[in-house]
Structure formats: C-alpha cells, structure tokens
Design a protein around this ligand. Structure first.
Ligand code: DNO
Length: 357
C-alpha cells in the first residue's frame, strides 16, 4: 500500500507540505483544485503547477480527490453530455502529469453531511458528528448555512455556495429521480468515461455516500455491499473501481467493512480508513483511529487489506481537532498524523506476524 495524506493546496489548507513530508511512512498527497467548479475542465497548466509544487517536497501526487461530477450528470439532464466531455478532457490532462486514481462521488446535491462540525468530547477534543433527528427536523437551507458557517473561511468541496444557492430548484429536479434512475444515470456516465480512463490509465474510484442512507428524501445508492457490487458491474472494467471509506459505510452497522474489502479486492483503488463511534440510537461521532475509541475494528480492516495484498493508495481519514489546532473540520494535521502512525503500526505488525518474523 501507499500511505498518503489529503491536502487542499497551499492557498486553501492550514497544513503545509513541509509538515506532511515529516510524517513517517508518507509517500504522497491526495490533491485537488478546489476552486474549479464541477463540470469545468482542469487545465494542464493548473495541474502541472500543483504536481510540480507537491513533487518539490519529495512527495508524489498520484491521486485526485475529487474531480466532482456535475449535478446535470447525476440528474440525467440532456445537458449532461457537454459535462461528460469536459470530464474526459480533465482525465486526459491529469494523465499527462502522472495521476493514477481519481476519486469522485455520485451523491445528489450534498456531499458528506454532519450536524455538528465541532462537537466536544470528554477529553476536550472536537469532532464531526451526526444526529438523525436534527436532520429530520432541519430545513436543507439551514444545513447548508451551518456547514458553510463552520468552514473557517476555507473551501469545503461538495458544499460550494454557488451551486447550493439553487437548492429548491435542485430538490424539485430530483423528484423524478429514484434509486434505479440514479443507477441508470451513473451507468450512462461510466459507459462514457471508463474507455477514456482505460486509455489514460487512470482508475476511477467512486466514494460511498456519507452517511450511507437517504437524507431529505434524496436518493442515495453508494451505500452497501449489494449496491457496490451492482456499480462495479455497470461497466465491468478494473478502471471502474471503489474508494472504500470505512467511516462512511461503517456508519451503518450492517455494513461489514472487512468483508467488503475481501469481496471487492483489487477493484478497491483507494482506501479511506477512519473510525466512528455509533450511539445506540444510530447517531454517530467521528473518533480517533484507535479501534477501542470507536465502533469499527481497525485491526480487522487493516488485516483484510493485508490479506488481499492491497497495493493501492490509502489515507487516514478525518481526524479530531486536538492540541489547540485550528484547521478545516476533520482535516487537521495532528490527529491524522497519529492515524497514520497507528495504521502503519498495525500494518507492520500484521505483516511480520504473518511472515513469522
Ligand atoms: C469528506 C470527504 C468527501 C469526499 C468526496 C469524494 O471529508 O470524505 O468530501 O472527498 O465525497 O468525492
């Protein structure tokens, strides 16, 4: 596996490449051009600048999270073809600078959703958390306001103010899209971009819906093992693969992450590993990566990756805010670096014990 760290760019992140390169075992960063709206082409020049900057710190940039999919593609509108053409151009441009994996999601309207971006835990750390009742009682506009208000002036990919201004209109359009239609819209997209991904040698890796269930009546399909299997079959190519996010899928206790890893094997191109603490009523808080701090067995998850001989990219996912750090919610330096140390420790132990070293 290749250990990476998500970085939002020098103008849009409190964490620096200088800090990232000092994390033990790190090979590269997962990057993004946060200012390019979904549907527009990423120019060669901007990609080159980003890659050159990251490489100058001795770090690789082989994974993009994310090239966001324009809403018209998810909705299946007749305007989608031009955005699909743009997506293909972006893939071609990315391939010229050594990008190997592109993560994306197919969530209608909202990306990841939380009801609190800084819930204080007993030890004084703060975390992202989710309360179902609050979502049920909340107007979607209020959710957008709260999330954007908690962004500390940094961009929040998936929560772009321009796009979300048209919330009512978007909800109206989704009234005609049920889960089966959303699968069909995803098929249409994949049938057109996977041949380009194959030509470019870029593995597409769909990210699960977070949380993995319907919110505000919008359809969500990247939610469980059955649906992941169905997505992989929409276009049966190794280039149509997964970002397996333990924290997203794991919010539903019926999802067995280690079993999914063994089932989907080399169709997993990108692993997001993080832990969550699920409460008896189904609400959850994000937690440190340590198994005993949350509801997921991170040892079992890392063992499953080792068992399948995982050679892909991995990153610790959201961390808590600790030691007085003030950063983008979920994306500080300290707790994610602790996460990496833990994941690397588990990996070394599993590896040596298996080999009898
Ligand atoms: C949140 C992230 C997501 C993820 C996208 C992938 O922190 O896990 O925003 O990057 O859903 O497209």
């Amino acid at each position: 596996m290749k250990m990476t760290f998500r970085w939002f760019g020098s103008k849009d992140d409190t964490v620096t490449l200088d800090q990232i390169r000092q994390i033990p075992g790190i090979t590269g960063v997962v990057g993004m051009l946060t200012d390019i709206p979904a549907g527009e082409v990423w120019s060669e020049e901007r990609i080159r600048e980003l890659v050159v900057e990251v490489n100058s710190y001795g770090l690789e940039l082989e994974v993009i999270e994310s090239v966001n999919v324009h809403e018209d593609i998810k909705l299946g509108l007749s305007t989608r073809d031009k955005y699909i053409e743009n997506y293909k151009k972006t893939l071609k441009n990315l391939s010229k600078y050594g990008i190997k994996v592109v993560c994306y999601n197919f969530m209608p309207v909202f990306d990841w959703t939380r009801t609190d971006l800084a819930k204080e835990l007993e030890d004084g750390s703060t975390v992202l958390s989710y309360e179902q009742k609050l979502i049920e009682e909340m107007d979607p506009d209020k959710l957008v306001e709260d999330i954007q208000g908690g962004s500390k002036g940094l961009s929040l990919p998936g929560w772009e103010p321009e796009r979300l201004k048209k919330l009512k209109e978007l909800f109206q359009l989704y009234r005609d899209v049920d889960e089966d239609q959303l699968f069909e819209n995803l098929r249409y997209f994949l049938e057109r971009i996977i041949p380009t991904a194959e030509e470019c040698d870029i593995k597409m890796a769909i990210h699960p819906d977070d949380p993995p269930w319907t919110i505000f009546g919008l359809p969500r399909i990247v939610t469980n093992k059955e649906n992941l299997g169905r997505i992989l079959k929409l276009v049966d190519s190794p280039y149509n693969g997964l970002t397996l996010c333990s924290g997203c899928l794991g919010a539903n206790p019926n999802n067995d992450i280690a079993d999914m890893i063994r089932t989907f094997g080399d169709r997993i191109h990108f692993a997001h590993v993080r832990n969550i603490k699920i409460h008896p009523n189904g609400d959850f808080d994000e937690s440190s990566h340590l198994s005993s701090d949350g509801s997921l067995d991170i040892f079992e998850i890392m063992k499953a990756y080792h068992d399948i001989g995982f050679k892909g990219y991995i990153r610790p996912d959201h961390g808590r805010m600790i030691w007085g750090e003030d950063a983008r919610p979920g994306y500080g330096l300290y707790d994610r670096a602790l996460g990496i140390a833990y994941l690397n420790g588990l990996w070394e132990a599993i590896d040596k014990m298996k080999r009898g070293v």
